[in-house]
Ligand binder design. Structure first.
Ligand code: NAD
Ligand code: ZN
Length: 343
């Protein structure tokens, strides 16, 4: 049987909608009929064929890792899932053998393989997913939200890194992840949440998702002025770096209270320089973030949506799968939040 799949066919700019064989699940895998997918910045890098993609992606390969779908076949023994279940899933496949995996710290596995990056992705009508990576969708949450659980998980993992109650938080980068993180910080009890970007569209979108966030276009306004206006005297207690921009990172380091805590999600360019002595004398704590905690983050994502967190407005566009090209161009323009493709 054949199916449609979005394939990085050639080592050059672009993606190709191809007819490929429906895969057969190996032992320990489920075959999933994909309902909806979402486009990630990583997919855009693969589409553009930048330096990172050229080094990382082996063509031809089906890409994509943000999805929701339905189990149609299970090869293996499980009491957690059955055919017909609505599922989403973790995009990081871990080894199960290393020290961290054996200790249950799966997000720290050094042998992590990314679905749609290091192995076949899910931008297709069907995909094989390891049973260990599936997440059962609770019917109380709209199906569409599960298509973005992967990036919502990055936001959640980062935002829940440190105690939030009553804290003043700086988030640099109002991409979809920064915006979702801002809403989470407010939901779990932060005092001031300040979110920066250089693109007004993104900051306006942030306001639509989370009206209580203080948005700042740092092209026009300094963080110092914003802190003064908010009556903050000693700087931010918590920083979440979500832009991947060195200038934003340095402005964050400059704006922290002594002893402040910073979680780093944004992927910095090689050669990014920081003044280490500001971290030393400011007694700052830094924490790197990769992916999501399996599956504590997924549990928190579910329960926060069930207890009133609303991030639905971060999805700005819904397109048929065949119109993927439009989705990628929208992502490149910066004038979008999450884009969902419907199969
Ligand atoms: P995105 O590219 O959509 O958002 C980044 C935002 O930062 C953009 O809106 C951009 O305008 C803004 N920005 C750029 N320079 C800035 C500056 N100087 N000050 C303030 N804002 C600035 O990305 P996203 O999908 O929201 O992801 C956020 C970051 O997290 C990216 O760097 C991405 O690569 C990274 N990421 C990391 C992981 C991980 O596991 N560590 C997972 C997913 C994404
Ligand atoms: Zn491992």
């Amino acid at each position: 049987m054949k199916m449609k799949a979005l394939v990085k066919k050639y080592p050059e700019r672009g993606l190709w909608m191809e007819m490929v064989d429906v895969p057969t699940p190996k032992e320990g895998e489920a075959l999933v009929k994909i309902h909806k997918v979402a486009i990630c910045g990583t997919d855009v890098h693969i589409y553009e064929w930048n330096d990172w993609a050229q080094k990382t992606i082996k063509t031809p390969m089906t890409i994509g890792h943000e999805w929701v779908g339905e189990i149609v076949e299970i090869n293996g023994v499980t009491n957690a899932f059955k055919v017909g279940d609505l599922v989403s899933g973790e995009g990081h496949v871990v080894c199960g053998k290393c020290r961290n995996c054996r200790a249950g710290r799966l997000h720290l596995c050094p042998n992590t393989q990314g679905i749609g990056v290091n192995r076949t992705g899910i931008f297709a009508e069907y995909a094989c997913i390891p049973l260990t990576n599936l997440w059962l969708c609770d019917p109380s949450i709209p199906e569409e939200m599960y298509a973005i659980f992967d990036p919502y998980g990055n936001a959640t993992h980062t935002a829940l890194s440190f105690g939030m109650v009553g804290e003043d938080v700086l988030i640099t980068g109002a991409g979809p992840i920064g915006i979702m993180a801002a809403a989470i910080c407010k939901h779990v009890g932060a005092r001031n949440v300040v979110l920066t970007d250089l693109i007004d569209y993104r900051l306006e979108l942030a306001k639509k998702v989370c009206p209580d966030v203080v948005t700042v276009n740092t092209k026009n306004e300094s963080l110092e002025d914003v802190c003064k206006k908010l009556g903050m005297k000693e700087g931010f207690d918590i920083g979440l770096e979500m832009s991947g921009n060195g200038r934003a990172l340095n402005s964050m380091i400059d704006s922290m209270i002594n002893g402040g805590k910073i979680a780093l999600l944004g992927i910095q360019n090689p050669g990014t320089v920081v003044d280490w002595n500001k971290i030393v004398f400011g007694c700052l704590q830094l924490k790197g973030i990769y992916g999501r905690e399996m599956f504590e983050t997924w549990h928190k994502m579910t329960t926060m949506l069930q207890s009133g967190l609303d991030i639905s407005n971060v999805i700005t566009h819904r397109l048929p799968f065949d119109e993927f090209e439009k989705g990628f161009e929208l992502m490149l323009s910066g004038n979008s939040g999450k884009i969902v493709l419907e199969l």
